[in-house]
Write a protein that binds this ligand. Sequence first.
Ligand code: 5GP
Ligand code: MN
Length: 334
Amino acid sequence: MFTPAELLEINTLLVPENKIVILTHYNPDGDAIGSSLGLKHYLKAKGLEAEVVVPNDFPKFLKWMPEAKKNIIGEYKRKVAYDIIHEADVIFCLDFNSPSRIGLLGDWLMKAKAKKILIDHHQQPEDFDFVYSDTVIPATCQMVYHFIQAMDDEKLVNKDIAECLYTGIMTDTGGFRFRSTSATTHKIVANLIEKGADPSIITSNTWDTNTVSRLHLLALILGRIEVVNEGKVAVLYLTRQELQEYGFQKGDTEGFVNYGLSIVGVRMAAFFMEDLYEDFIKISFRSKDDVDVNQFSRKYFNGGGHINAAGGKSLESLPDTIETFKSRIAEENL
Ligand code: 5GP
Ligand code: MN
């Protein structure tokens, strides 16, 4: 948590005269949108206005969250996003650890005059004016809740805040399954339910929303999962042509990589996907126990994240990227 002195200073920044902006990472997921909107609604409950700016668009299954549709999407509204960041007095940076994780907005963030406040649970955070980083906590949404507690404002938690924070905790813990899910996580979730977050409605809004294109893509990749390295590593992929053919929509491939990790004996899964528009491969890594995909992705694929969940990129072709990956895992003895 921030130190008491930092909290006092943050408190003096949170006044109606200051323009407050909330930024989150590229390809926002449930935790990114949930923490940003949860914080926005908390600030609103304190009588403050804040603007949420995201680098690019996010899936429909996150747009049910209160005020999600008011988020400024940088890729569609560049000038508006630039002006907001440029004029901000305070910028909250949620669920990312480095300006490079927010695309174009990263340059604007670095040049902005605002005080920058980081709340994030990824490994190796970079420099911000105020840093609350804890890699043991499963979701940034949980950290926003701890921040509200530290500000002595738990009484302000309302239904809007609760719904947003519940969503991010649910998605980033894989439905309360992942290792970092703790008793504290569950206690907070219990509070959020008491404040009006409805688990069955939120689960249904967020997860029971399959598109036909998603199911067709899933059938395709499940049919050709490859297991290499003596059964320890699963490889999945999708080409741009397949995405186009099946009518890919944003968010369709969310969670696909977990199917690889669910195979008995597999300790690491990698999912490679050609970008729909630009010539690069987006990679998702997942792992079990002490297999550190954050380090692996930082070392070889220009990425990072958490020990058991990370992302990366490659500028090689898809077949070359997969070949390179296979030689790296052999070298690393995974
Ligand atoms: P996903 O595979 O779901 O895209 O990402 C898994 C985790 O790694 C998320 O916490 C995400 O924020 C992080 N991540 C994804 N891509 C990148 C990347 O290119 N660089 C870094 N540093 N982190 C990433
Ligand atoms: Mn997160």
